[in-house]
Design a protein around this ligand. Structure first.
Ligand SMILES: [Zn+2]
Length: 232
């Protein structure tokens, strides 16, 4: 998905890769592989040798990415990042979980969150809004958000326990329950003060679209997409 689809801001790079290349990292502190770099060069027209990323643990800790270089060596595990630093590419990996992109065009700050059902339950998206407010005086009403490709209600069959986790976002169909984690994130963001008109939903289900990796569809062999943001 080309970056311009997202925020239409020439000084912001924001993209998600597709199933043509796996971004599962071998080592979080190592540069990207030649194939990954070539893919990014083709998509965004610039060389990105390394990104700022950490092990994702389905938690809700948010890391302030900084350092003037892409290496996040020594940083703790985290499922979300925020930064005001230019030329620092932050990145998360997903294969069904929802990538949430945050951009405040007034304060010129960005954020990225990996919101699977656990992170959503732990309110990682709302916490990222708060973190951006605390760290950068970013007003929730000024934020522009993109909900990227993730597994949708069409495919996300879940167990009975999800009624408790997401009482407003689980529906029955054909004798099974399905969860809508994307809507749960959207509602969480609205409650946190984000404006409805500033939330763009990609509407892409990773599980029923073969252009994307899906853990539910492909199981353990599923690759990972990269969601990447960088202020220029
Ligand atoms: Zn689907």
């Amino acid at each position: 998905m080309p970056p311009e689809i997202f925020f239409k801001d020439a000084a912001l790079l924001a993209l998600i890769s597709d199933a043509s290349i796996d971004f599962t990292p071998a080592n979080f502190d190592a540069p990207l592989t030649d194939a990954q770099r070539a893919y990014l060069r083709r998509i965004c027209g610039m060389d990105i040798p390394q990104v700022f990323w950490r092990k994702q643990v389905h938690g809700n800790d948010i890391l302030e990415a900084a350092g003037g270089q892409a290496s996040a060596k020594g940083c703790p595990d985290a499922d979300a990042y925020v930064t005001a630093e230019k030329n620092l590419p932050i990145a998360i990996r997903t294969a069904d979980c929802v990538p949430v992109f945050f951009f405040n065009p007034i304060r010129r700050v960005i954020g990225l969150a990996h919101a699977g059902w656990k992170g959503t339950y732990k309110a990682i998206a709302a916490k990222t809004v708060q973190k951006m407010q605390e760290k950068y005086a970013s007003q929730p009403a000024d934020l522009k958000i993109v909900l990227g490709p993730g597994i949708r209600e069409c495919c996300y069959q879940v167990g009975e326990e999800f009624r408790e986790y997401f009482p407003s976002h689980v529906r029955g169909r054909g004798g099974h329950l399905y969860a809508d984690v994307v809507s749960a994130n959207r509602d969480q963001l609205l409650k946190a003060g984000v404006r409805q008109e500033n939330i763009l939903d990609s509407r892409i289900c990773t599980c029923c679209n073969n252009d994307y990796f899906s853990f539910r569809r492909d199981g353990e062999k599923a690759g990972r997409m990269i969601s990447l943001m960088m202020l220029r």
